[in-house]
Design a binder for this molecule. Sequence first.
Ligand SMILES: Cc1cc2nc3c(=O)[nH]c(=O)nc-3n(C[C@H](O)[C@H](O)[C@H](O)COP(=O)(O)O)c2cc1C
Length: 356
Amino acid sequence: MKIGRLDIGEKLILAPMADVTDTPFRTIAKEHGAGLTFTQMVSAKGIITNEFYTLRKLAFSRSEKPIGVQLLGKDPDILYAATKELHRFKPDVIDLNCGCPVDQVTKHEMGSAIMDNPELLGKLVASMVKGAEGIPVSVKLRLGRDRSSINIIENAKIIEDNGASMVILHARAREDRYSVCALWEWLTKVKNSLSIPLVGNGSVFEAKDAQKMIHLAGCDSVMIARGALGNPFLFREFNQISDGFEGNGLPEVLEVRDVCIKHIKLLTVEYGEFNSLDKIKKNVIWYFRKYNGISYLIEKLLSLKSVDEIQELVEIHTQKIENEEYQKEDIEIISKRFNNKVVFWQTEEKETVCEK
Ligand SMILES: Cc1cc2nc3c(=O)[nH]c(=O)nc-3n(C[C@H](O)[C@H](O)[C@H](O)COP(=O)(O)O)c2cc1C
């Protein structure tokens, strides 16, 4: 698929995910075959005011290219200035977030609130295209506010008419949040109304689902979000299937251990031992969520206080899985809980997705 001047071939795209798709996560996704990765959403205003935490979220290394930066903003002038400023970082794509449904974002008329105002959306895209000076601009959005007010066709046309190079459609409405079924039929309708590429997104948890989405909905590529948590192998399997091989399915647990340990090391380098602990625990659980013993792992892991202890637990856990020492666990139930809430081991009712 070509996004303006960028060609990512037939590969899948890693979605922007707040507090998740940092350099370590993106590096591993790329090593396993993702064709393009995205930063989490970063504030356009924070970029032009040199806000420390914004720039921290934005940072990426050259080895990560091709990479997209996702901006959060609602003001054409600020988005123009931020896009211009991004030239010194040299991203390959600049995306506008018009899909985030979290109140913290929509109450400031950003994220999915922009979908309600197609005229403003057009101005924002035009400003970004002007500031981007040739770097492809994309917009990631949903179907509309709710299922009775779907306005994606109008919005997609406006995005195209104002010079964007790609539309990324999370095929749910803003009110749907994350759990209800994505409406793939809308991908087909939008694809038929556009001449720029369309990327489909929503509930693709397996490589075969991504293939199905491309075949059934006709979109040009697929963006993987929750399906990539602890599962960079999905990108590799998709590429293998596309090359005509049988996909590997669930990887050998020894390989999962190796990639997980590498991820732990990258996180420790990125954030330092103390600040990386929570991120490491979250990722370790995601890596082993499809294997017996996950309940035992969660219980042990959450009490640990050092990276060394976590690595040791990962080794022991892997051996136990290898030796089939765990009782059979209902992985279907774990998967359902995960699909409902990615931090499925936390019980408090806290909004965890798309946080700033
Ligand atoms: C933890 C988490 C953080 C997210 N952060 C962002 C974000 O920063 N920007 C964005 O456009 N979407 C964000 N999303 C939405 C995803 O990119 C994706 O659109 C959504 O999860 C639907 O895809 P899926 O059903 O395959 O997970 C986030 C989702 C999750 C689970």
